[in-house]
Write a protein that binds this ligand. Structure first.
Ligand code: ADP
Ligand code: MG
Length: 183
């Protein structure tokens, strides 16, 4: 967690600490995915909307073309991992993500179906979260090469707080062999 200290001493020069503000910045790693319509545009629109509704995108992986997982009878996905620095809590971030997905035309009918955009929270700091609507680290991350590969490009040394292994090691251990290609 990052702590930014801002000292405001313009009004009270003798008490430089009296307006001490602490902003807690959270660092979240997200996986973006699209397999419907103009996939590249949905990913870039998602990044733009995340900058507005979540925070600064500090890292972006390249784009990866990946074979579908789960429901395999659908078009390939385009995936990208990003890092966002946000003042939102994990729960608030999820709410804003669901709003962004809706804004980009995501319709949910069936599990793991084709979608204009999917945004998953892979890590939120090193927090371990398990609530009805949010599980972090993402429960399938270590089984998904299409998530581990882009994530390893931007933060291969990040340690999974539950499995206690780096993203790089999880990728090396992952035996899922679906095609994941750089675009
Ligand atoms: P999937 O990503 O598995 O295809 P959805 O995108 O339809 O599924 O998400 C279904 C629900 O999963 C969301 O409404 C959200 O409440 C829940 N969820 C649980 N953990 C996470 C997470 N780490 N990131 C994103 N969504 C999550
Ligand atoms: Mg999702």
């Amino acid at each position: 967690m990052y702590i930014y200290k801002e000292y405001y001493n313009g009004l009270l020069p003798n008490k430089p600490d009296s307006f001490l503000l602490l902003h807690f910045m959270n660092k979240a790693y997200l996986l973006l995915g699209s397999n419907l319509g103009d996939r590249k545009k949905y990913l870039s629109d998602a990044v733009t909307l995340l900058e507005i509704h979540a925070g600064k995108i500090t890292l972006k992986s390249m784009l990866y073309n990946t074979a579908p997982w789960g429901v395999t009878d659908q078009d390939d996905f385009l995936n990208q991992a990003v890092c966002v620095e946000t003042k939102l809590s994990a729960q608030q971030l999820l709410e804003n993500i669901l709003y962004i997905e809706e804004k980009l035309g995501r319709i949910r009918i069936q599990k793991w179906e084709a979608r204009t955009i999917d945004i998953d929270i892979l890590f939120f700091n090193s927090d371990i979260i398990s609530t009805d609507n949010l599980t972090v680290p993402h429960p399938f991350l270590h089984q998904r090469r299409f998530a581990l590969l882009p994530l390893s490009e931007i933060e291969g040394n990040f340690i999974h707080p539950v499995l206690k292994k780096s993203v790089k090691i999880l990728l090396a251990d992952c035996d899922q062999n679906l095609v994941v290609d750089l675009v």
